[in-house]
Each structure stands twice: as C-alpha cells, then as structure tokens.
Design a protein around this ligand. Structure first.
Ligand code: F6R
Length: 364
C-alpha cells in the first residue's frame, strides 16, 4: 500500500535514502571504505570501450555514468538511447563491454540492444532493479539495484539506485585500471556511504521546493539547465515534469543556452538551474545572469556557497546539503523529482498513472 502517503510516487520519493543505502550495502564495505562488486567476467584494465544504452530516466543515469567512467576510470564511453543504438549498426570493439540500464529489465528497445551487442561479441553487464527479468537472464553479469518495487509510473528511487551502482562500478573500474589510488577510492566510497543521510536531509527542504513549484505550475514552458555531471539531472527534471504535470519542459547544457534556447526566455518561461558549487559553478552563474537579463525567472538548486552567489539572481533557491561534486548528481536528482511531484499536485494530475504512459514499455 501507500503507507499513508497520497501517492505511490510520494512514498517512493521518500524511499530514496533507503534505496541508495540498501543498494550500496550490497556493493561496499563500510569498514574499509572499498567497493565490493562481484568480479567482472572480463578484465576491466583491458576494456577498450564501454557502450551504455538505456531509455528515459535510465538513459540519463547512464549519461552520469559516462562522466564517472571517463573521468575516474579513463575508459572511453559510447552512449545512446536504446531505440537509436538498436539500429545504428555501429562498429563494436574487440573486448568491449555493453552496459545496459533498466529498472524493469523488460524494456523492449534496451533488450533489443542487449541481444545485438551480445551477437557483436560484447560482454553484457546490466544494471537492473528486477534482477529476475528477461535482461537479467540474458546478461553475463547483473548488477542489482536494491530499490524495491516501483509502482508509480514515473521512475524515482530506481534512478538514484542506478546512479549508486554506476558510481560504484566506476570506482571498481578505476581501481582495476590503476587510475585511482587507495586513498582516493576510500574518499569516493566514503562520499557514497554518506549519501543516505544527506538524501534524508533533502526532505527538510520541501517548503522551498513548493515555493518553486508554485512558479512552475503557472508556466506553459520551463527550461532546465545543468553543467557537466549535473546536465543529465536537468534532463531528468524536465522529463519528470513533462510526464506527470504535462507542462512542457526542455533541458540544456547551460553552455548551449546562447546557441539557441535563450531566444525563448522571458518572464513566462522559468529557468530551473541544477547548480551545485563545483568548478563549473561560475560558468553556470554567468549563463543564469544572461537569462535573468532577458527577463527570465531563475529557480536554483544549489548549496550554501552557491546560494550566496545566486542572491539577487535567483528568485527561489533550494539550498541542499554540501556534498562532493562526485555524488552531487545523485543528491540533486531527489529535489528535482520532488519538484515535479509538487507541480503535479498543484495541477491535480493523475500522478501515479500519467496519461498515455506505461510502467514497462515492452513493445518497440
Ligand atoms: C521516467 C520513466 C521512463 C523509464 C524508461 C526506462 O520517469 O519512468 O523514462 O525510465 O521507460 O524503463 P526501464 O528502466 O524499466 O528500462
């Protein structure tokens, strides 16, 4: 049941901390602060390329995974949505690894890619919530999320669980490839292990998120911006808003703003920024100043240091706990999803069963 929550989605949003915690419990050792994933059915040091494929939110998780695998493990990554990857007929490298991400393990396009990349000689690793699924059975290795059942059509806790697995996998690859040392592995792992409590803190910010939601509920179009590893979180925010509130939203890498979408901006198009104060913060800040100068209403997710810099620029700020840039996308996904939920409540839509959507897309 819904355990007293109004919707499954609300319940499942509150399960983020547990989903992250249980997922990490299986694949980390808190005492030594190391990753304890199962042994890969290949040597990660010999992998020339990882090809990531998924659909929807799982694809955005994969985009974050690309940043981690590239920057930590120095492994080249190719990524595409499954419906495109399936028909690209792209060359696959010898000893390559295909990484499929799916909550259900049944998504037709993702399964189609799994089968074709297997035929092309790639090792198949799947990140799945439903491990006893078709994709689970056909994979060389299944990395389970431990998110528990997700009933709400819009994905919530599975997303942060996917990210937790991908973060651990990236550390594991980095260790095997000799691109991080023991101290770095411990500090990255410690950041992950700290996430469940940071994630729980997000729920003390719901009032600030509701203030943002009131601005968005009045809009017809919304722009989400991110940079670097938080760009996919902007995509996730825009997708979730579209799905459950039926408000049109687009997401862009903030640096792309001036290459087109800035022409959309006026008072009626709120701009939502995913902007933790990482090394890219100043660049995002200047993009937001540009948007503000054109009448845009800026709504920002940031931390205490970022909030200071955004004073006078952002109309609403949700101040999130300070976290390392490495785990910021996992933490920031939560308030971004809560925002979509709060807007849907204001719009009175059917949050758990949005029109035209199915939980598991088993046809092409
Ligand atoms: C978004 C959402 C969908 C799924 C996508 C993939 O809220 O739920 O975009 O993420 O359909 O589904 P799985 O992960 O089951 O392959």
């Amino acid at each position: 049941g819904k355990d007293g929550y109004r919707h499954y989605m609300e319940k499942e949003l509150h399960e983020h901390p547990v989903a992250i915690g249980q997922t990490l419990q299986r694949i980390t050792d808190p005492a030594s602060k190391t990753i304890t994933l199962p042994k890969m059915p290949f040597d990660p040091a010999q992998v020339p390329r990882v090809t990531i494929t998924a659909c929807g939110s799982a694809f955005y998780a994969g985009m974050v995974g690309r940043y981690w695998l590239e920057s930590l493990a120095r492994v080249p990554v190719e990524i595409d949505v499954a419906s495109e990857m399936r028909y690209r007929d792209a060359p696959q490298p010898d000893k390559g690894v295909a990484l499929l991400i799916s909550q259900s393990g049944e998504t037709a396009d993702t399964l189609g890619v799994l089968r074709s990349l297997k035929k092309a000689g790639q090792s198949i690793v799947s990140v799945l919530n439903v491990e006893h699924s078709t994709m689970g059975r056909e994979s060389d290795l299944v990395l389970g999320m431990v998110a528990g059942p997700e009933i709400s059509v819009a994905s919530t806790k599975a997303f942060t669980a996917q990210l937790s697995v991908l973060a651990a996998l990236s550390i594991d690859f980095a260790r095997a490839r000799g691109t991080i040392d023991k101290t770095r592995e411990e500090s990255l792992t410690a950041n992950l292990l700290d996430l469940p409590s940071r994630a729980a803190e997000v729920f003390t910010r719901v009032e600030a998120i509701q203030a943002m939601a009131r601005v968005i509920a009045e809009a017809r179009d919304v722009l989400y911006l991110g940079r670097g590893i938080c760009t996919p979180i902007a995509y996730e925010g825009a997708l979730k808003l579209k799905e459950i509130s039926y408000i049109h939203a687009e997401a862009y890498a903030a640096g792309e703003l001036k290459h087109g979408p800035i022409s959309l901006i006026d008072r009626t198009v709120p701009v939502v920024a995913i902007a933790p104060s990482t090394i890219l913060f100043d660049k995002t800040l200047s993009n937001l100043q540009e948007a503000k100068a054109r009448g845009g209403r800026i709504l920002a997710f940031t931390d205490a240091a970022g909030a200071k810099r955004l004073e006078g620029i952002a109309e609403h700020i949700v101040v999130l706990p300070d976290v390392d840039a490495f785990v910021a996308p996992i933490l920031y996904a939560i308030p971004v999803q809560i925002l979509a939920y709060e807007v849907a409540l204001l719009k009175g839509t059917d949050v758990d069963q949005p029109r035209n959507l199915a939980k598991s897309v088993t046809v092409e």
